[in-house]
Unconditional design. Structure first.
Length: 73
């Protein structure tokens, strides 16, 4: 019973989506995906900065100090 209901709902939803003009759908999809694609494209710059920060001598010393304090507990 539930499966039949869900199939009916899914079919109705698919029919409604099928009525959307392809150009409008394509444009909306591009707008929704653009921020994520930009983050992925710019990720290399961010990755380099993160590695530089966490790899600095100061960060390494603080991490070592933190781990030493944990070890003493």
């Amino acid at each position: 019973m539930v499966a039949e209901y869900l199939l009916g709902v899914a079919t109705a939803q698919a029919s409604e989506l099928g009525d959307i003009p392809a150009d409008a759908y394509r444009h909306t999809k591009a707008q929704l995906r653009a921020p994520a694609q930009a983050r992925m494209r710019d990720g290399g710059d961010i990755e380099r900065e993160v590695r530089q920060i966490w790899g600095s001598a100061q960060a390494q010393q603080r991490i070592a100090g933190y781990l030493e304090r944990l070890r003493r507990r």
